[in-house]
Design a binder for this molecule. Structure first.
Ligand code: 2M8
Length: 435
């Protein structure tokens, strides 16, 4: 059975691979290369087609800007089946944007440090992979420095995101509090996502108005980081984003050590790492909730909600044993009932939970993969296995969907897989789970 599933997963990835040397997340819905998707996709390919794994990473890193920034979408091809496309984003407004690759002017979680280390773990020919890593690692390091130099405005080791799309968790209920502080114009535009997927599983039109408005503000300042930090109505320190930076820092340190030399770089990374870990624990941990939460820099306060991002610091050295234990009990208490698959993307006990709508409740395989790694690293082997088995079970029963209903008994639909079908990171990470 798992052979069959594995073969299907490979087919999904192979079918989504494009001639330009990158893989789309899902046909129709997402026709370009996305930053964090491409990291997870490379990990899947690494198990059976190393050339494609390397190409995936190489292609996105080629689109890096002169200041180290890596964009969230790279528009390698022309198509109007996605909105908003390159004409709306206009990355050329930024003086250091790539002249060759049009992209968005926002980023996504820093995935490539730890992805490079996983590629090395999986590779049979370690020397060959090390040579690949040596060629590309400085780009990833420069990307981390871009974050620390431009987005850590209080020099506390925590970097900000200025758009909900930068978080990757696009319409999380966490952002509802921020939308209340804004009143964007009613934009006129043609939605494309809802021509591919049931609108009940996607963000609302009004939410899209907010998304577009923040981009318009950033564009007004030519995507200048300082101006964005000053003017964006959305400015948040996200526990998932910062965890991925920290976990990627740790991987970079180990990889640079493996390569030899580079003492100045590793010393700098260690310094940043210590600051970031302490920032996470002092500013983003919420004692009452027993979880990490988002910090709204605009309003100067924590956003006191628990979502799956709240547990992802387990995928790093951020929580000590006591905090790790707290996270696990919060997860089990609120998200871990026997009637549920782990791990819902938003607190199932909260009124804002919606089991079918995108990042407002459904289970996502990429977050599950990080939680699995984290639980294992912190010694919670049984819970780690539960998350892995739940992920495999959801795909086996429903197919390679973008997200899944966390309820084991689903009264609303026969199939508990939602959003895009034949979804690349679901396939890629399933391969890693199975092998
Ligand atoms: C979703 O986001 C895009 C915008 O970036 C969209 O809804 O159009 C998110 O789930 C994001 O995390 C993901 O990277 C992207 C492609 O899979 O889709």
């Amino acid at each position: 059975m798992s052979e069959e599933l594995l073969a299907k997963a490979k087919k999904v990835l192979n079918d989504n691979y494009q001639d330009g040397g990158f893989t789309i997340p899902s046909k129709g819905l997402y026709p370009f290369q996305w930053k964090w998707d491409s990291g997870f996709i490379a990990l899947g390919f690494a198990h059976y087609d190393v050339a494609k794994a390397k190409k995936e990473v190489e292609t996105i890193l080629n689109a890096q800007w002169g200041n180290g920034f890596i964009p969230h979408i790279v528009f390698h091809t022309e198509t109007d089946t996605y909105f908003p496309g390159k004409d709306f984003h206009e990355s050329s407004l930024h003086p250091k944007s790539s002249k060759e690759y049009p992209s968005t002017g926002m980023t996504q979680p820093p995935v490539f440090g730890f992805i490079l280390e996983h590629l090395y773990r999986i590779a049979e020919d370690k020397n060959d992979m090390l040579a690949f890593i040596e060629k590309h690692i400085d780009k990833v390091f420069n990307n981390h420095m871009y974050f620390y130099e431009n987005r850590d405005i209080h020099k506390e080791g925590l970097v900000y995101i200025y758009h909900n799309w930068e978080s990757g968790t696009d319409n999380s209920p966490i952002w509802d509090d921020i939308w209340k502080t804004m009143n964007p114009p009613e934009y006129t535009f043609e939605r494309r996502d809802t021509t591919h997927v049931d609108a009940a599983q996607r963000p609302t039109k009004r939410e899209y108005d907010h998304y577009l408005y923040i981009i318009d503000i950033a564009k007004k300042y030519n995507y200048d980081d300082k101006a964005i930090a000053e003017h964006s109505p959305f400015l948040v320190q996200d526990p998932l984003f910062n965890t991925m930076l920290i976990q990627s820092n740790a991987s970079l340190i180990r990889l640079y050590e493996l390569l030899g030399g580079n003492e100045d770089i590793t010393a700098l990374l260690r310094e940043k790492q210590a600051l970031s870990i302490s920032g996470m624990n002092t500013k983003l941990f919420n004692e009452d909730l027993g979880a990490y939460v988002h910090y709204d820099l605009r309003q100067g306060k924590q956003l006191p909600y628990i979502c799956s991002s709240s547990f992802t610091p387990l995928y790093s050295e951020v929580p000590d044993a006591i905090k790790a234990e707290r996270l696990v009990s919060t997860m089990l208490e609120r998200f871990g009932g026997e009637d549920k698959y782990l791990c819902a993307s938003f607190d199932p006990t909260h009124e804002r939970f919606n089991p079918r709508k995108y990042w407002r409740g459904p289970v996502w395989i990429n977050v599950n993969w990080m939680l699995y790694q984290g639980l294992k690293n912190h010694g919670y082997n049984e819970l780690a296995s539960r998350i892995k088995n739940d992920s495999i079970e959801l795909v086996k029963q429903n197919g390679f969907f973008e997200y899944f209903d966390a309820r084991k008994e689903n009264p609303d639909a026969e199939n508990s897989g939602y959003g895009g079908d034949n979804f690349s990171w679901t396939a890629a990470l399933l391969i890693d789970f199975l092998l």
